[in-house]
Design a protein. Structure first.
Length: 168
């Protein structure tokens, strides 16, 4: 064989390799195209039975209020949100006089914790807690028959913390 023939064979084998690589790439592209989710007109043709038509369904745009209501129901957030509204309007619910001396601190598992600014108000709120719980449950929209606020925990005033060297 001459150098020209060897070069021709090398060129021919290179062309064959390129053709084989191109065929493999095309086959892979066809495979990917078949497995890819369809879009546009092809998707509409393939999913014709899934059209909503003129009737409303879950795929239609939803009002924000309806979506928030659904999320609250799914996650059980109705009661905490309702109690949060009562806490926001604390002075209107309990009255200005009580609101000046007692503030809500937390709400968890049916227990509303409030903090009084003096021991006298703490005692007074402990005595009034059954009536206050009833009033709060009447204020809550859609409150279950047992009431969202099952118990009120009253904390006294916070004691000042004494750091290092706080003793005199």
């Amino acid at each position: 064989m001459t150098g020209k023939e060897q070069g021709g064979e090398a060129a021919a084998s290179g062309v064959d390799l390129a053709r084989a690589a191109l065929a493999a790439a095309r086959a892979r592209a066809r495979e990917l195209e078949q497995n890819r989710p369809q879009r546009g007109a092809a998707a509409r043709r393939a999913g014709a039975q899934k059209r909503s038509g003129s009737r409303a369904d879950d795929r239609d745009p939803q009002l924000l209020q309806a979506t928030i209501g659904r999320l609250m129901a799914e996650h059980g957030w109705e009661t905490p949100v309702a109690v949060g509204g009562v806490v926001h309007n604390w002075a209107e619910v309990v009255g200005e006089r009580i609101a000046e001396h007692c503030v809500p601190v937390s709400f968890a598992e049916g227990v509303l914790t409030i903090q009084a600014d003096s021991p006298a108000w703490a005692v007074e709120m402990r005595n009034l807690s059954p009536q206050l719980a009833q009033r709060l449950n009447e204020t809550l929209p859609g409150s279950p028959s047992g009431g969202a606020v099952k118990r009120i925990n009253v904390l006294g005033p916070a004691r000042p913390r004494m750091g290092f060297g706080g003793f005199r």
